[in-house]
Design a protein around this ligand. Structure first.
Ligand SMILES: Nc1ncnc2c1ncn2[C@@H]1O[C@H](COP(=O)(O)OP(=O)(O)OP(=O)(O)O)[C@@H](O)[C@H]1O
Ligand SMILES: [Mg+2]
Length: 352
């Protein structure tokens, strides 16, 4: 027996466990873009960032946009392409909302990292990556930082800009104080439009050998309204459920069920009852409807789409219905009783 056999077994075990962990990752992580080229739909941001890769000269950056549009993925891919897998560990500091980022951390941890001189890249890294002479500090979910903590960053950003670049990421740019925003180049990440997102979703489905009926992927995009993270997660859940189907294909109806969307036949019944203006009938229907466990918030969204996009209603009617929907939505957000609110909503619409 070879004296290395023990080592071989261990190595094999390690390799298998690496493969297993890749397999067991949620798909959103498994298909997180690894290069800038993998980032779908954010052409403007990606083109500008690629240019900076060529010159390796980066400004401070501020990424903003709705959830699941690729902000975190883009900066992680960019840092990997700038520094390579080894150097990235010593050159990048990533802090997100799960880390303490009060004013004391900004003063100590961020400032200490910012003022460090840069570590030297190996010759191999230098051959393969630009390895510019600065570090990057990523402050993900920066809109959850207090205004004081953000203020404390102002001077640090300027003082150490010769050796450090900052990348702030947020959903709501209005929550970033002006002096910080004005120090950064801004990159807006837009909700993914259906064609680009569809390509990415098709790619994931192909890699995972998922089969689906026509219109299923479009349905997923429809439900997730531009949030690719939500779309990929829905695809993964649906693929588990579809194994119980005879032909193992994902169906649009199953997707609606999974996403808690009220099926169109039920929605049609609701609007017919509202149009008939029979209060007793509406009360009875809402009671049954709530017993079935449908969510009030989802009905409001769907009713909104139905009434507003329907050309057979007058503008005046649409205005009035919008106000009623708005009122119910804000009451539901404040935690009032769903059944009573829904009843109130439908009766009010029936009286418009
Ligand atoms: N533009 C995109 N191209 C390819 N995949 C994407 C894109 N946007 C989102 N994804 C997918 O969604 C997942 C989440 O993306 P990411 O974490 O980058 O979103 P985010 O914009 O940072 O969202 P949040 O504001 O919630 O932090 C990724 O792992 C990837 O699978
Ligand atoms: Mg993010």
């Amino acid at each position: 027996m070879s004296k290395f056999s023990g080592f071989e077994v261990n190595k094999k075990r390690k390799l298998t466990s690496e493969v297993d962990s890749e397999q067991s990752k949620p798909w959103v992580e498994k298909y997180r873009p690894k290069k800038l080229d993998d980032v779908a739909a954010q052409d403007h941001a990606v083109t500008v960032l690629k240019k900076t890769l060529e010159s390796a000269n980066l400004p401070h950056m501020l990424f903003y946009g709705p959830p699941g549009t690729g902000k975190t993925s883009t900066i992680l891919a960019l840092t990997k392409e700038l520094f390579g897998p080894q150097l990235v560990k010593s050159r990048v500091l990533e802090l997100n909302a799960s880390d303490e980022r009060g004013i004391s951390i900004v003063r100590e941890k961020v400032k200490n990292f910012a003022r460090l001189t840069v570590s030297k890249p190996t010759n191999e890294d230098l051959e393969n990556y630009p390895c510019p002479p600065y570090k990057i500090i990523i402050l993900d979910e920066a809109d959850s930082m207090t205004a004081d903590a953000q203020s404390a960053l102002r001077r640090t950003m300027e003082t150490y800009s010769s050796v450090t670049r900052f990348c702030l990421i947020c959903n709501y740019i209005t929550r970033i104080i002006d002096p910080l925003a004005s120090r950064c180049s801004k990159f807006r990440f837009k909700s993914l439009d259906s064609s680009n997102a569809l390509d990415r979703l098709k790619y994931v489905a192909e890699q995972e050998s998922v089969t689906y009926e026509d219109g299923s992927l479009e349905k997923i995009l429809d439900i997730s309204s531009g949030d690719l993270r939500r779309a990929i997660t829905l695809l993964q859940s649906a693929s588990k459920l579809s194994t119980y189907n005879d032909d193992q294909k994902i169906t649009p109806a199953q997707l609606e069920e999974l996403a808690g969307i009220v099926p169109s036949n039920i929605l049609n019944e609701i609007v017919t009852k509202v149009a008939n203006k029979d209060v007793n009938d509406i009360v009875q229907y809402v009671n049954e409807f709530c017993k079935d466990g449908w969510s009030g918030a989802s009905v409001i969204n769907q009713l909104h789409d139905y009434y507003i996009t329907n050309d057979s209603f007058t503008t005046d009617f649409k205005n009035k219905v919008s106000l009623i929907l708005l009122d119910t939505d804000s009451k539901l957000t404040n935690g009032t009783n769903e059944r009573i609110q829904l009843l109130n909503l439908l009766i009010k619409i029936s009286q418009v």
